[in-house]
Design a protein around this ligand. Structure first.
Ligand code: SF4
Ligand code: SF4
Length: 177
């Protein structure tokens, strides 16, 4: 069954009166003018092959690509040449994260004196949840983590975005408490 058109309804969405029609026509001309301005610039760049083009030719420029210093790509844990890090497993980063991107799994290591000491077992990082807000890095008291500038994170399996940031067989650097 077809719906009967209510003329009061249509008049509320169309410009009403002479002033409404003038505004409508002005908006159309404004839109066309804006489009032509953009097309003029596009056409100019198409005809003038200059070195200082603003658009970067990614991925052709991958070898020379320089990212801004403050670009945030993903959270990583810093390891030195001895495969040592500065993570104590304190969970400050986990608590600071606003969206549960980090899960710290701890264990107890037996010290040479026989005492137990809390240590990190797994630093689980869900890259797919991370908003790169940097709060975890600011919260870390030992500067154990930082932002890396890697950005090609496309995967076909979502679970590949869940990462363990402490490397296999890595351990905490001596003297870090
Ligand atoms: S950058 Fe922000 S969202 Fe990402 S893990 Fe750190 S605190 Fe969480
Ligand atoms: S990365 Fe830093 S804040 Fe997070 S558990 Fe390790 S020491 Fe604590």
């Amino acid at each position: 069954m077809s719906k009967k058109i209510n003329h009061n309804e249509t008049s509320s969405i169309l410009p009403s009166g002479g002033w409404g029609a003038i505004k409508y026509i002005k908006d159309v001309f404004g839109g066309v003018k804006s489009l032509l301005t953009g097309m003029k610039l596009t056409g100019w760049y198409a005809l003038h092959h200059r070195k200082e083009k603003i658009t970067q030719q990614y991925p052709d420029n991958k070898d020379t690509l320089i990212l801004p210093e403050r670009f945030r790509g993903e959270v990583v844990m810093i390891h030195d040449e001895q495969n040592e890090h500065a993570c104590t497993g304190c969970t400050a980063c986990e608590l600071a994260c606003p969206n549960a991107t980090i899960k710290i799994v701890t264990k107890f290591d037996i010290q040479p004196d026989g005492k137990k000491k809390k240590a990190i077992d797994k630093f689980v990082y869900h890259l797919e949840l991370c908003t790169f807000c940097n709060l975890c890095i600011e919260a870390c008291p030992t500067d154990a983590i930082k932002m890396a500038q890697t950005f090609e994170h496309s995967v076909t399996d979502r679970t590949d975005l869940t990462k363990i940031l402490n490397r296999p067989d890595s351990k905490i650097r001596e003297g870090v408490e």
